[in-house]
Design a protein around this ligand. Structure first.
Ligand SMILES: [Zn+2]
Length: 294
C-alpha cells in the first residue's frame, strides 16, 4: 500500500476516536492566543477550574505583544507583558509561554505551523483551545488558521519527526466571539465560571498594560474611561466582567440544556467553546466529562 495512503487511513481512523483521559485520569489542555492577554480573556475561568481539579493547563501566546500599548513598545513592552501573563498563570495554577514573534506580524507560515504542532505534541494535549479564523485582528485569524492546520498533522508520525506525534487526536475547540460572517460562533459547551470568577478577575488585574494603564489599549478605546488610576482599573475590569456575563446570558438556553434548569439559570458568568470539526469528535456527553463543573 502506498505509504501516504496508509498514513491517511490511520489519521482518518484516529479522528473518529475521542480523546481519552491519561492513566492518572488527568487531562492536558493547551490554549493558544495571538497576544499575551487573549487566552486569559477567553479561557482563564475554565483553566482555573481545570487546574483546581489537578488537570494540567498551559497558555501560549503566539506573539510577544510588543506593539499593544499607546506609550510603550518593543522589547520592554514584550518583557512586561510576559511577566504579566506569568503572574496571571501563577494566580490560576497553570503554565504559560509567550513566543518571540512580533505583535501584528504573525503569518500562517510552514515554520509557524510546525511550531504550533510541536507545542501541542510536547504538551501531549488532550484539548486544544484557540481563536476562530474569523476575527477582527489578523494575528487572531492566523492563530486560528495555524492551529487548525496543526490539527490535521499533530498525529502524523512523519511530520516534523523531531517531536513524537500525539498519542491520540486532541479535541480542538474555538473561543467564543461575536463575529457574524461568514457564520456566527455556535456554542458546543458553555461553562459556568462563577466559582472561580474572582481568580479570573485577579488574573486580568495582573495585566495592567492592557487593562489599567492610562495608555493601555482598553483605556484608549473604551468610551467614558475615568481618569483616576484606581477608578480606571475598576471601570475596565467591570467591562470585562460584563462581557463574561453577556456570554452567560447570550447562551443561557445552552447552559440550561447542559446543566439543567436550576443550575443553568444560576450562573452569572460563563465561557463558551465551539467544537472544531478538524480534531477528535467527542459526543456532548464525552465533552461534559472532559470539562469541569459538569
Ligand atoms: Zn489579541
Amino acid at each position: 500500500m502506498n505509504r501516504c495512503f496508509f498514513i491517511l487511513l490511520l489519521l482518518l481512523a484516529g479522528f473518529r476516536a475521542p480523546a481519552q483521559s491519561n492513566p492518572d485520569g488527568k487531562l492536558r489542555i493547551i490554549a493558544f492566543g495571538a497576544h499575551p492577554d487573549d487566552c486569559e480573556l477567553k479561557a482563564s475561568g475554565v483553566a482555573a477550574l481545570w487546574a483546581a481539579q489537578g488537570h494540567k493547563v498551559k497558555f501560549v501566546s503566539l506573539t510577544n505583544g510588543d506593539i499593544g500599548h499607546f506609550e510603550e513598545a518593543g522589547a520592554p513592552l514584550a518583557l512586561r507583558r510576559r511577566a504579566e501573563v506569568q503572574s496571571c498563570a501563577k494566580a490560576l495554577g497553570i503554565e504559560t509561554e509567550v513566543l518571540d514573534i512580533h505583535d501584528g506580524e504573525l503569518m500562517p507560515t510552514l515554520e509557524n505551523r510546525k511550531t504550533v504542532a510541536r507545542l501541542i505534541r510536547e504538551w501531549q494535549a488532550d484539548i486544544v483551545l484557540f481563536h476562530r479564523p474569523y476575527d477582527y485582528h489578523a494575528d487572531h485569524r492566523y492563530t486560528g488558521v495555524l492551529v487548525q492546520d496543526a490539527a490535521v498533522i499533530v498525529a502524523a508520525a512523519f511530520f516534523t519527526p523531531d517531536t513524537p506525534p500525539t498519542k491520540k487526536n486532541p479535541v480542538f475547540l474555538y473561543y467564543s466571539d461575536n463575529f457574524q460572517k461568514p457564520y456566527p460562533f455556535e456554542p458546543t459547551i458553555v461553562v459556568g465560571i462563577d466559582a472561580v470568577a474572582d481568580r479570573k478577575w485577579a488574573c486580568l488585574n495582573a495585566i495592567p498594560s492592557q487593562f489599567a494603564d492610562k495608555n493601555s489599549w482598553q483605556a484608549r478605546t473604551l468610551p467614558n474611561v475615568p481618569q483616576g488610576d484606581k477608578e480606571r482599573q475598576e471601570y475596565i475590569l467591570n467591562v470585562l466582567k460584563n462581557r463574561n456575563s453577556a456570554v452567560a446570558d447570550k447562551y443561557r438556553d445552552r447552559l440550561i440544556q447542559l446543566y439543567g434548569a436550576e443550575k443553568g439559570r444560576s450562573f452569572k458568568y460563563a465561557e463558551a467553546f465551539e467544537l472544531c470539526q478538524y480534531g477528535s469528535q467527542p459526543t456532548i456527553e464525552e465533552l461534559k466529562k472532559m470539562f469541569p463543573t459538569f
